[in-house]
Design a protein around this ligand. Structure first.
Ligand code: HEM
Length: 177
């Protein structure tokens, strides 16, 4: 990776957000990550590798061996015109962690190789705001047993009343005829 080991904060990266000066945060070097993964696997018995909030994380036993992978900062200003996906998508990926956008496109290995040319450093992961995850609103607790119990109680009260009303009605009707 290029960039002379520079580490940028999220704030520093997100000000570069126009056609003449466009920086992105992407962690697209999956091939590298896989090799890191097998190294960690050998050393610390990693149980699984999963991608969470744009970062590849190795989870291992014991838990203190959780390894967050670095994200990289890319200055794609010179690539804007030549990007096969167009410059607008690159611009719209500024100001955030663009990893998911980049991965969703399914970039080829050659696209990933090209990234090295534009890498200018690492991002300080602690400064990147987490993407808010959508949580389904909690449903009100619905207790079916209690509801059917309630209906039975109402019916127990209403049925005799209805029978009484019907009997009364018939009696009134027969009396008047
Ligand atoms: C340094 C960063 C990037 C590099 C070097 C890069 C490179 C490339 C290359 C070489 C292609 C041609 C197809 C391929 O080989 O996969 C491509 C296509 C594309 N890229 Fe990127 N890209 C970068 C970032 C992004 C980002 C952040 C987005 C945001 C969504 C994006 C969206 C697209 C789209 C939409 C296409 C067109 C896909 C298609 O029509 O099949 N790229 N990119």
């Amino acid at each position: 990776m290029g960039g002379d080991g520079k580490v940028f904060t999220f704030e520093e990266v997100t000000v570069h957000n126009n056609h003449k000066d466009c920086w992105l945060i992407i962690n697209g070097k999956v091939t590298i990550e896989i090799s890191i993964y097998s190294k960690i696997k050998a050393e610390t018995k990693v149980l699984l590798l999963r991608r969470g909030s744009g970062v590849w994380e190795g989870y291992s036993e014991p838990a203190e061996h959780i390894v967050p992978y670095p994200k990289y900062v890319y200055d794609v200003t010179k690539f804007m015109e030549d990007h096969p996906g167009g410059d607008e998508v690159l611009l719209s990926s500024t100001g955030q962690d663009a990893t998911d956008d980049f991965e969703d496109v399914g970039h080829s290995d050659s696209a990933r190789e090209m990234m090295g040319e534009y890498c200018i450093g690492d991002i300080d992961a602690s400064t990147v705001p987490q993407r808010t995850k959508y949580r389904t609103p909690k449903q009100p607790h619905y207790n079916q047993d209690k509801t059917s119990e309630f209906i039975i109680k109402i019916l127990q009260f209403l049925v005799p009343l209805a029978i009484l009303g019907l009997a009364f009605g018939i009696r009134m009707y027969t009396k008047s005829t």
